[in-house]
Ligand binder design. Structure first.
Ligand code: MN
Length: 256
């Protein structure tokens, strides 16, 4: 069985659970696929949220660290609202839409956004926004880690040098994409099918997979991601955010 997954393209969902994430990624993929016990959070991590929305097929993943773990770069209150309100709303809204689309409801989140022709036209934008929001945020939490940041290491370091010239050149390009995104959206480091890296920016919650691109690293520049601490200073948020980048996860994405 070969299915696309959030964690890694071309790797089955079951295999992808064990790519150095201690099984925490299991929580991304919903019930019936793996025991929730695999998704036990790290000590101090937020408890599994309770929702009054229709259950499944999408599930709000647990964070693999506590809400305050990324301080001082991202404050605990921002993380709590971002994860438990914003991400939860994408999951709940997606599940409400998918409740009437049984064929799509059986698919992975990536497959859903790649099979929008199977949904009535007036439901497609809702699927892009909400399943896309779920895909993007599920990745975003794993793309950051406490005590991370610094220069890239391993294969991603070599690939960045190859395709951007240097880490500094890449960092400038990515930061520009993040600061110039008008309104709400994301900056991404992506790989195409041939493995070539590029920097893109997507509006709203459009996930890179819809453009046939594998997300390696992403930065949420919706105001909800930074406004409590940084207010209108998006550039400061972008600059500080580099200290949270989880290069181990980026390397796993590159391999997958
Ligand atoms: Mn967000």
């Amino acid at each position: 069985m070969k299915e696309k997954s959030i964690i890694s393209f071309g790797v089955s969902r079951r295999e992808s659970l064990f790519i150095g994430l201690g099984g925490l990624a299991a929580a991304l993929f919903g019930p019936g696929f793996v025991s929730r016990s695999f998704a036990a959070p790290a000590a101090g991590a937020p408890a599994s949220p309770v929702s009054d929305a229709p259950s499944g097929p999408l599930v709000l993943p647990l964070l693999p660290y506590a809400y305050e773990a990324l301080e001082p770069v991202i404050d605990a209150e921002t993380m709590r609202i971002h994860h438990n309100k914003h991400h939860r709303a994408y999951v709940d809204n997606a599940n409400r839409i998918l409740a009437s689309l049984p064929e799509l409801a059986k698919m992975t989140p990536e497959e859903i956004v790649l099979n929008l022709d199977k949904a009535p036209e007036d439901m497609r934008q809702g699927l892009i926004n909400n399943v896309g929001g779920h895909i993007n945020h599920s990745l975003f939490w794993l793309m950051m880690a406490p005590g991370a940041g610094g220069p890239p290491k391993g294969d991603i370091a070599a690939a960045i040098d190859r395709d951007f010239g240097s880490f500094d050149a890449f960092k400038t390009k990515f930061s520009d994409a993040a600061s110039k995104r008008f309104g709400s959206g994301w900056a991404w480091l992506v790989a195409d099918k041939a493995g070539k890296l590029s920097v893109i920016s997507t509006p709203n919650q459009n996930p890179p997979v819809m453009d046939g691109l594998k997300p390696l690293l992403g930065l949420d520049v919706w105001e909800h991601a930074y406004y409590l601490k940084y207010q209108n200073r998006r550039a400061d948020y972008i600059r500080e955010w580099w200290a949270t980048v989880n290069w181990d996860f980026v390397n796993n994405q590159l391999k997958g």
